[in-house]
Design a protein. Sequence first.
Length: 292
Amino acid sequence: MKQNKLSYKIGQFLMFGGPATILFFAVVILPFFYGLYLTFTSWDGVSTTKPFVGLGNYKAALADTAYWQSLGRTFIYSVIAVILTNIVAFLLAYLVTSGIKGQNFFRAGFFIPNLIGGIVLGYVWKFVFNRAFVAIAEAATQTDHASLLSTPNGAMFCLILVSVWQYAGYMMLIYVAGFMSVDQSLKEAAMIDGCNKGKAMWHVVIPLMRSSFVQCIFLSTTRCFMVYDLNLSLTKGEPFNQSVLAAMHVYNQAFVYKNYGTGQAEALVLFIVCAVIGMLQVYFGKKGEVAA
């Protein structure tokens, strides 16, 4: 009877979940509402007063052409990066579950790039693009070559390439779990009924892995929309601010130009856009799931 009392349940929750709940409120909930409050002020990050400006920051955000351009670049970057990341991750997962020799070693190797921080990763690949690739091209053609990072399209290509290289290993593990959850007897039954390996994969395995696709697309989409560290270390928005993505623009608005209110308003818009896209993707993905 004692264990059914409300006070006992509250005590048990506070003992096990209390610290995590407090930390969650301290580092997520409170900063979110404080940032929401700042969207209605013109605080510069230094002064002790925070003048109330109402919806002025939202009007400024809507009129900020550079912000919407960065959001457009983020959308293009995210679409391409998400598609390529999931294709590469799926193929890697298929490879390391096909019974090849040393597949556990390959799983670990493909996952390692995800363990490297975006800042370090960006500087490493910046050296590769600026020095290694240029030196190889010049040695092969005996002519001068510019770095891919020196052009807007080249910089975006580099961001996409490094993002796919970093994220694919993590998504691979989710696809590996999806492959392992599929009952092999279903695939064998399809093969007996006349399906080849390709048709069995398309009509049996992939439909049963839909939940893995939903998770991977959601995670890769949110990561790409919120990317900042890689953008900072690899391109810094260059050349001519043509590779500035939305998160970097928001950071610059708030912490470089000291427009905290406008920066927070633009961050809230970015959060809403990302949340809507994520929820729609999950909704339509879950709607068509196939039960095993």
